[in-house]
Design a binder for this molecule. Sequence first.
Ligand code: URA
Length: 445
Amino acid sequence: MVMTEIIERKKRGEELTKEEIGFFIDGYCREEIPDYQASALLMAICLKGMSERETFQLTQAMLDSGKTLDLSSIPGIKCDKHSTGGVGDKTSLALLPLVASLGVKVAKMSGRGLGFTGGTLDKLESIPGMRISLSPSEFFATVKKVGLSIVGQNEELVLADKKLYALRDVTATVDSIPLIASSIMSKKLASGSDCILLDVKYGKGAFMSTKEEAEELAKLMVKIGDYFQRDTRAEITSMNQPLGLAIGNILEVVEAVETLQGKGPQDFVDLILHSGVTMLLQADVYSDPKKARAALIRNIENGKGLEVFKRFVQAQGGDVSYLDDLAKFPTALYSYEVHSVKNGYVKSIDAMELGLISMELGAGREKKGDSIDPTAGILLSRKVGQEVHKGDVLMTLYTERADRKELVGRALNAVEVSEEEVPVPPVVEELISLTPTKEFHIEKA
Ligand code: URA
């Protein structure tokens, strides 16, 4: 097979065969196909797209490029959850212990934050002692004992994605729906869970800017999951403002714990209840969504979700005394309040801008390998729809860096206040799944 012919065919918008896709992935991983040819093919895919069949076969070829995890020694239905990433997204920290407290088994691999988005691993590592790198036997033992373990991505899974993602990042070929879907799903499939819940975010602080794009990506990933016989469902959620009130590592851990104590912000609680119901149905713990929801609320009220969070932290070496006494967490040296300059209602909060500001405060990395400051970040005092008066605190910025006061002006500009009342927007918009006859079922939230 000749790589230039494959590139030529995709350039003309033709469908590649399974053999051609396999030849590309295999040859690229073996370093027999150079970056410049791989880049040309990726760009042709970006411009001409891929059929469903090609996307399934690309996912299969990527999956075959590395090892896969066999979770069959863990009894019960294993469920995984993946968010396409956003600002203030600490969902895994509260949702996963909560569903684990009701019997769902969660063996999850997470990532680090980059740019304006945060990463679950960085949030967990802000708890002193917490280890996110476990041997496979420790990982399995923790899931069996606690019901939940979260670790870093195993380097041996989906080798093709590691190489291709790095190449896409520097060749402007990230924003292709078939490439994103096969990249995310190959990693989820390799991680071995029976069920997958996807949280596909759209809006200013998300990967997909419009709801239509998020739906297209979600539907393709649900179909890929079905092709590989995993129960895959996708929520479409809004990232038109940060999730919850906290952005930044320690601030988000504290918010997750408070949520499990029954004191969470409404949009975050709504999201974890919606996702929790879906995961409990997927794992066959409940068949009635109302009963599933009541069970989740009960395990927040009786503290069982928080108990699992603490057992999980303890099992991975974390110091639980910080969760028992949240005031033990260190706080940033400097804090700056951002005050409203007018009366009205919060109309919008630019999630991406606050993600970038949070990065500049020290909470995130500009490039891979940069160090981060666990105490840095932003705590919102107002969300979209809430009334505000001139002089009220809109948010507080936290940093260890002495020269960041100028970010106050930028943070103020990220909030739009209107004179008219603004309705509180829902966070979860819809849930996409497949019916037994393989039609899409779209349930409005
Ligand atoms: N996240 C991934 O894992 N892959 C992509 O291609 C985009 C986002």
